[in-house]
Write a protein that binds this ligand. Sequence first.
Ligand SMILES: Nc1ncnc2c1ncn2[C@@H]1O[C@H](COP(=O)(O)OP(=O)(O)OP(=O)(O)O)[C@@H](O)[C@H]1O
Ligand SMILES: [Zn+2]
Length: 821
Amino acid sequence: MTPRFAEVIMPLPIEGTFTYSVPEELSSIVKIGMRVVVTFGTHRLYTGIIQYLHLIPPDTKNVKPIFSLLDEEAILIRPQLDFWEWMATYYMASLGDVYVAALPSGLRLENETLIRRNPEVDKTLSFSSRESRIWNAISEDRACSIQELIKRTESKHAVVWIKSLMDKKAVIVSQTITDTYKPRTISMVKAAFNKDNEQEVQTIFERLKRAEKQLSLLITYLDLSQLLSKQETKPVSKQTLLEKSGASVAVLNGLVDKKILQLYDQPVSRLTHEITTPLQEAASLNLFQTKAYQSLLDEWKTKQTVLLHGVTSSGKTEIYIHAIQKVIALGRQVLYLVPEIALTTQLTHRLARVFGSKLGIYHSKFNDNERIEVWKNLLHREGLQIILGARSSIFLPFHDLGLVIIDEEHETSYKQQDSAPRYHARDAAIMLAHLHSAKVLLGTATPSIETYQNALSGKYGFVELKQRYEGITLPRVASVDLKEAFRKKQTAGHFSDTLIEAISGALSRREQVILFHNRRGYAPYVECPQCAYVPKCKYCDVSLTYHKQQHKLICHYCGFSQPLPDRCPSCGNNSLKIKGLGTEKIEDEVSQFFPNAKISRLDLDVANTRKGFERIITAFEQHETDILIGTQMVAKGLDFANVSLVGVLNADVLFHYPDFRAHERAFQLLSQVSGRSGRKGKQGNVLIQTMDPNHAVLPQVIAHDYISMFRTQMKERYEFCYPPYYRLIVINLRHKDENTVHHASERLAKQLRKLFSDRVLGPEIPPIGRLHSWYMRTLLLKIESNRSSNAAKKMLKETIAELQAEAPFQSVQINFDVDPM
Ligand SMILES: Nc1ncnc2c1ncn2[C@@H]1O[C@H](COP(=O)(O)OP(=O)(O)OP(=O)(O)O)[C@@H](O)[C@H]1O
Ligand SMILES: [Zn+2]
């Protein structure tokens, strides 16, 4: 079939795909999954993606043609496009939203499409004056972006004339992967003389007689390269040569100038993580692990998805490794998801030891080039078989997934919160596995309520592992009553004497300590002691957080920052008081109490780069630091051998979270952070400071009693109509004018109640009622789990379309959060 039309996905938050005609000259090469340049709206150019090709003319008369193809081959494959469609439908987002979330930005340079002169342009062509203006604006030797051309010609309609130049084949539109993607190279050294010509070699040595340093460098080179021996010549990098010879760059350049040595660039892959040691066998499993592994394989015979509920440090990772080996031996692929980038550091080492270059890493702290390299490798099946990554790796071009591992499946950071599609990577990955007929392994010590329920009901397979690997008892957990400690004056700063003593004890035995507090910055807010004024963000309804190092007040929602004012802006009082507690302040206090201890901090502020994480984690691993202070980043999955004490500074922050999951999350977080203690050698200790020692979750954490937490929670969820009994959909409305959003939300609630009656809650002003200068309202829709949510979603969309057909509400922005966390 010669396709005549293409359905194109645009990188825009608009429903559906758009039909373009396929020009004749492209019809034989165009393929599904290729990127194309198309115009949309008033002459803007975009990079679209072909979802499918067909012969059916659309209803509209003027179908626009595809301008050009950006790829010689598809960059997306069928399972991905199916996955996109599922995601858009389920999470009530547009295909364009999914497209934007899925592709590394290097592959979607909308409006940065590059134009260059065609070097083979027909010299006899004549241009109109407008075309000439564009032509002249394009640099002779360099491609330039459409934005640049619009600026240079000062013409908004530049695109039209670019198009006519394209028709005349005077310019080329390009944006292939290789255009934006630059391979990494290293500088290599080779001989510039003929090694087989003895005479020539002789002369060179003569010439260098008085250039001692150059001679010695040349000899080092000959040695490293084995050039004059009978063996095969080895490649020598510039860096190695300089290191081994101790010579300076100037000496090397001298030899290059004399045309004795020569430099050249060699492309190298960014994917090879340094594998210094030879590959090792996977660790053999102990008795309990072997049993668990066997039941895992058994469960997979009948179930797609299996929950592995194994206590902290039971060796779940080792079981994953065995499962991975089995799958890759069949030639299939594995996706290993972790909730937090911090976790990839340790895991990369553990996995690379066994899997070497079959392992690829993928997450948002990798730059675009590195991500594109992983993408291409998978697309062309160039050798990667296992991807370890954060949530965005579900979008990679897998050809044949055999297994998806979701580590710490309970983690809420699997949920994409900020922008559409608001997907849950665990749930989406289960769907992805389904499309590939792959098995799924959900691993955790503290399952989410939903997952545990699915395991109990038989929807998922279920495997338990109750012993720590070395048979060490789970840590002793105790709570410390802060209120009482303050009353009895048994505190220093934010530390109870009990915690301080425990820390000194651990340090004196040369053991390490983790201190956990779920708030970064120095102090959550500052307040005027005279008038109680609290500085707030200009754009959001939140108080600003004080960061001491930068001496600034920062909004954790939009990043707005301002210097700490000298006096109260409201009453003029000449000091503002710092209130509450953040990780930075804890670090301050700890270093006062333990001046000899080496302390480091792991939170978003210090660890916002890949190297940042690695440095801090490795230093702690190697016991270069004694005390690690951190937010929830330290709570999950990290494996340190020498930690004997975990201190929780203030558990109340977790208890008073305004959310139906607060209790579940507090249990998970406290159990997880406790699990970092006493993993090797002997039983560890955990101290949890709280103002509320009678909180119901504490006895459950202390007794490591997951089941009782699960039971109390299920009862509450049932009573108050929450998941897993009900599915939730949050409808967010926002507008720059508060009145408009208020009326729109009231109106929508009324319409929806006609359809869903009391399953609709709200409208409400969310806890942060204004964000980035937008006023917000939310509605909540609860649907019984045993009912079709598809039908409900459809009705919901129709109702909203009706609302937005009314003039005053057209500009209200509405989005959805399906299964909010
Ligand atoms: N079979 C084994 N052979 C050798 N070492 C093992 C084995 N099983 C576990 N270990 C070691 O025990 C420690 C804990 O194992 P692992 O990190 O896999 O536990 P986990 O269950 O994933 O813990 P968490 O839930 O806390 O992340 C690790 O240092 C691991 O190397
Ligand atoms: Zn803000």
